[in-house]
Design a protein around this ligand. Structure first.
Ligand code: FMN
Length: 199
């Protein structure tokens, strides 16, 4: 491939997907039909805890993040797993229709799950929009903006005496002095060579 960064020119935003019991940051969101209750599709990695939760629930919410969102929201929902970190008690959310909506967002969409499509790495969850609200017309955070500015936005705090190793593919953070030779990302599976030292 000559330059895969052209895929960043596909307009994508940065969102927090939530369902009962958890959620994560996603950029792979598309509106795939029109009308009063359009279909919305979100792709969730099979390795994410959120994937299992999405299979077990029939509703999900998408909170839309703005350009000025507190980067802690992205760190909390996009770089940690609900398997070992309670994202909901470590961020401000409001429960609407039983789902956690991010307070620091531009608004939200709530969907009723109507279909799932499996591929090798991701599940596509398709939902019909049943509720939505807009809190603000501030500029959205695009995925391209996030990619260009992630080093300034995300300052990973090193745990005392340890080095933060960040996966350059999915941003998973591991705190270790050194990563073992055969180490692979617990979240997206890429090898140690694709981890960089955090600041
Ligand atoms: C900017 C950004 C975009 C992301 N986009 C997606 C995505 O579209 N789909 C996905 O499954 N994970 C995506 N992730 C990764 C998940 O948010 C991340 O793996 C999260 O820690 C999973 O948490 P969980 O194990 O609690 O589900 C993204 C992360 C970031 C920071």
């Amino acid at each position: 491939m000559k330059d895969k960064t052209i895929t960043r020119k596909i307009s994508q935003g940065v969102y927090v997907l939530t369902t009962l019991g958890g959620g994560c940051v996603v950029d792979a969101v598309s509106q795939i039909s029109a009308g009063d209750n359009p279909l919305i599709c979100v792709a969730v990695m099979k390795k994410n805890n959120t994937n299992e939760l999405m299979h077990n629930n029939n509703k999900f919410a998408i909170s839309v993040l703005g350009k000025n969102v507190d980067p802690k929201i992205i760190e909390t929902y996009g770089m940690k797993s609900m398997k070992d970190y309670d994202k909901f008690s470590n961020s401000k959310t409001t429960i609407i229709d039983d789902l956690n909506i991010i307070d620091d967002s531009l608004g939200y969409m709530i969907c009723e799950k109507v279909d799932t499509i499996e591929n090798d790495t991701h599940t596509l969850f398709i939902g019909r929009l049943i509720e939505a609200d807009k809190y603000s017309d501030d500029e959205v955070m695009t995925y391209a903006y996030y990619q260009e500015h992630k080093d300034e936005l995300i300052k990973v705090t090193t745990e005392k005496g340890k080095t933060a190793w960040i996966c350059t593919i999915c941003n998973y953070v591991v705190y270790e002095d050194e990563l073992p030779e055969n180490f692979t990302c617990p979240q997206c599976g890429v090898p140690k060579s694709l981890f960089k030292k955090g600041n």
